[in-house]
Design a protein around this ligand. Structure first.
Ligand SMILES: N[C@@H](CCC(=O)N[C@@H](CS)C(=O)NCC(=O)O)C(=O)O
Length: 200
């Protein structure tokens, strides 16, 4: 049986939850409170030395961390990951974009604004990241003006990008400025087996 160590409001964790539901794979959910240091205990660090969720236990002693690596592992051989090598490489492009240009600038401001008090984060750094986040959203908007999804059909690049994009306003972004992204969010929500970030 698969076990997912996760924190409910984590978009990185939500990516994995969403795919598990859409693949109809049963899993045990273990809430791991990052605000209470539960990812930094010796027991947790034994499973993931990087001390972060999401973490997937395969149930046979193997553990896999990094949300997009988990998505790739679970999606192999399914309709969520193309088999054509070029299409697959283009999808990897979006997964790496998500981790380098998108997540640090969309997810981190959201975390600061939701969980930290003014003064606990650097206002200048927040503004810098919000600007970079807007640039990442503009890249997505341009793609979505021509394409319905971030692959030949709905798949794990959409899941990876959706997780924090649909909550981007919590980090100070204005999604009304990106109409193609708003339409895509509706398309993602209407996929079979969709669950929200509040669901487990
Ligand atoms: N690149 C990682 C990022 C994981 C990450 O930042 N996880 C956060 C929650 S969203 C966490 O566990 N933070 C706890 C900590 O750093 O102690 C991924 O995509 O899974």
């Amino acid at each position: 049986m698969l076990t997912l160590y996760d924190f409910k409001s984590s978009g990185n964790g939500y990516k994995v939850r969403l795919l598990l539901h859409q693949l109809r794979l049963p899993f045990i959910y273990v809430e791991t409170n990052i605000l209470k240091g539960e990812t930094q205990t010796p027991q947790f660090l034994e499973m993931n030395p990087n001390g972060k969720v999401p973490l997937l236990s395969l149930g046979d002693g193997r553990f896999l961390a990094e949300s997009n690596a988990i998505l790739l592992h679970l999606a192999e051989g399914t309709r969520f990951l193309p088999s054509d090598s070029w299409q697959k490489s283009k999808l990897y492009e979006w997964l790496f974009f998500e981790q380098y240009s998108h997540e640090p600038n969309i997810a981190t401001p959201r975390f600061w604004k939701n969980y930290l008090k003014v003064g606990e984060y650097d206002e200048e750094e927040l503004k810098r990241r919000q600007l970079a986040g807007r640039k990442a959203l503009a890249v997505m908007e341009k793609h979505l003006q021509e394409q319905k999804f971030f692959g030949p059909q709905y798949g794990i690049a959409d899941i990876a990008l959706y997780a924090y994009t649909h909550k981007a306003e919590e980090g100070g972004q204005i999604l009304d400025d990106f109409p193609a992204i708003k339409d895509w969010i509706d398309r993602v929500k209407s996929q079979p087996g969709h669950v929200t970030i509040e669901d487990i």
